[in-house]
Design a binder for this molecule. Sequence first.
Ligand code: ATP
Length: 239
Amino acid sequence: MTPLLSIRDLVVGYDGVPVLHGVSFDLVGGELLTIVGANGAGKSTLLKALSGLRRAMAGSIQFDGVDITRWSPARIVAAGLVQVPENRRLFPASTVMENLRLGGYVRRRHRAELAADIDAALEMFPILAERSSQRAGALSGGEQQMLTISMGLMARPRLLVLDEPSLGLAPVLVERVLEHIHQLHQHGTTVLLVEQLADKALGLADRGIVMKLGEIVAAGSAAELRNDPSIRQAYLGNV
Ligand code: ATP
């Protein structure tokens, strides 16, 4: 079976200096893969390369059998590889509702589906329904994070890439977001998840990857990684 995502020997850096030193892994359709690693391991850099926001210096990225290594971010999103960024990239001067519609822009011709997806987003995060006519820039940090995640889902991704979805959220909302990611996965969405709450995130995952200093240092089933004492101690915050 062709993997949905196939990364080979990927080298990515800043100003010509590599910070990813030849990363390779596959993601099969329907899987939930969690990437774990300390600060500075290169997780965000990897995700930026997947989304076309950072050019690869070497190596390749294939999505559904097609080489997308040199594609523009817009073309990558249109193909169904959608990233929810860590830094709440939304349109602050537009309303919550307008932002949700913009999230579904690549599917703007499917009006009935879009309306249903907006309803689903507002059901997941009822506070967004209350704030639907407010400017996104006036939302709290946690509310902006909820909106950013909802905008990503509006694109109905084939591969949903999430960078630290729990960041800035109150614990009850973290649980809600993780539960929603779990449900998306159960319904067949392929998910690549980077999350500081590594143990929780691995708890949802089929497989995990551990990154350190721009390299993959461990990979396996989520259960294997969670049961490995050295990984528990180094990355999961307990023994
Ligand atoms: P965190 O968990 O802290 O977000 P991360 O695993 O996502 O960390 P990256 O943000 O990908 O790690 O950073 C990997 C390395 O790349 C770090 O050494 C960082 O200093 C460097 N780096 C990241 N962004 C830039 C940039 N814009 N310019 C130069 N170096 C950068």
